[in-house]
Design a protein around this ligand. Structure first.
Ligand code: ATP
Ligand code: MG
Length: 360
């Protein structure tokens, strides 16, 4: 089939890793008989350099007219880059927040998967790892504390700051539906994470999630308090399949889950809207310290492209093929420097991309 994919190479290592992901997608087209048409868009620092702003209307419109967006990474070194002399609303990251908002991307998906071959990099003890883990965090991305009303006041010389955590049932329902739909394609378990022993917003969250669960009788739902979940992620990560949670809890838990895998250059992410349209990007940053050296690990971006195939284009078989190709190349011992260990074969960014493409 013919599809239009917007590519946002972005900043730092972004252009290098997106190039490898495109190489893999091209191979998917060749093998499975699809045609993907690409359009390159500017965002973040690259857009500041070209247009003076981190996000233009043109980028928004072209992204909207595509079937999905694949992105590298946004931003630079905050200490040395001139982008960070600008006020916060004009910096690279503002472009990313802006495009998420413009595209109404309310669901953030972050898988955390432990490769057998990379167990040594996992900071957890052997007995905790057990048979490994394979979970996905479904985080609400446009509501909650980060978007609530905020103010700082001062009275009698004492300053007070207030942030508001608010959710309405529609916002909860749509993210819950996403989580259950994803669980349907996986091991059929949803762990909804909240703080219902303290927060009203969490009690509403729990009751709406229960309502949604009624439409999915095959899926097991359990509730977990966020503090317990933070503990369970390092105590017994194998128990989780889909973790459903609100914005701030999801922000914190997904960083925790990514560290638990021990390989930041391996983790993909997706941000989706109601129609299934999505923006796909590695969950790591722009790694300015290694940009241009040809050593960045392209696997997180390649796995993001696999998510794009699965969630926005409904090409499950092709997505499986990409994930399997990554696993095989790791099994053969090829490693970029960030995941290198003794006895393995060193590969650079381009070589890694080529090896994976060849396995499709
Ligand atoms: P952000 O604020 O955007 O998350 P950050 O500075 O916190 O960025 P990263 O840019 O992800 O984090 O970089 C953290 C460290 O991990 C750096 O040392 C970087 O070189 C390394 N790193 C990140 N991504 C990769 C990758 N794909 N391959 C190799 N190393 C990487
Ligand atoms: Mg960071």
């Amino acid at each position: 089939m013919k599809r239009k994919i917007a590519l946002i190479p972005g900043d730092g290592i972004g252009p290098e890793i997106v190039k490898e992901a495109k190489k893999v997608l091209d191979k998917v087209c060749e093998v499975y008989g699809h045609e993907f048409v690409y359009e390159e868009l500017l965002l973040g620092g690259a857009s500041i350099d070209a247009h003076g702003v981190p996000l233009t209307q043109e980028t928004i419109e072209k992204a909207k007219s595509s079937d999905a967006v694949l992105m590298g990474s946004i931003g630079g070194d905050a200490k040395t880059s001139s982008w960070y002399q600008l006020e916060p609303s004009k910096r690279p990251e503002a472009g990313l927040l802006g495009i998420r908002k413009a595209l109404n991307l309310f669901a953030n998906l972050r898988p955390a998967y432990l490769y057998e071959e990379l167990k040594a990099a996992c900071p957890l003890k052997e007995e905790v790892i057990g048979d490994g883990f394979d979970l996905i965090i479904v985080r609400e991305l446009t509501g909650g504390l980060y978007f609530g009303e905020r103010r700082t006041t001062e009275e009698n010389g004492i300053r007070t700051a207030v942030d508001t955590l608010s959710y309405n049932e529609e916002e909860i329902r749509r993210i819950a539906i996403q989580a259950f739909e994803i669980a349907k394609k996986r091991r059929k378990k949803v762990t909804s994470v909240d703080k219902a022993n303290v927060l009203d917003s969490s009690r509403l969250w729990r009751s709406v999630v229960e309502e949604v669960a009624a439409d999915y009788p095959d899926i097991i739902l359990e509730h977990m308090l966020v503090d317990n979940c933070a503990m369970q992620l390092v105590h017994n990560p194998g128990q989780f399949d889909v973790i459903l949670t609100e914005n701030m809890f999801g922000d914190i838990l997904s960083d925790e889950a990514s560290m638990v895998t021990g390989s930041i250059g391996m983790l993909s992410s997706a941000s989706l809207n109601e129609t299934g349209f999505g923006l796909y990007e590695p969950s790591h940053g722009s790694a300015p310290d290694i940009a241009g050296k040809g050593i960045a690990n392209p696997i997180a971006t390649i796995l993001s492209a696999a998510m794009l195939l699965r969630f926005s284009l409904d090409l499950d078989k092709e997505a499986d093929a990409v994930e399997k190709a990554v696993a095989e190349v790791l099994k053969e011992g090829f490693r970029t420097p960030d995941i290198f260990s003794d006895g393995m074969k060193k590969a650079g960014t381009e070589e890694m991309g080529t090896l994976i493409a060849e396995k499709i």
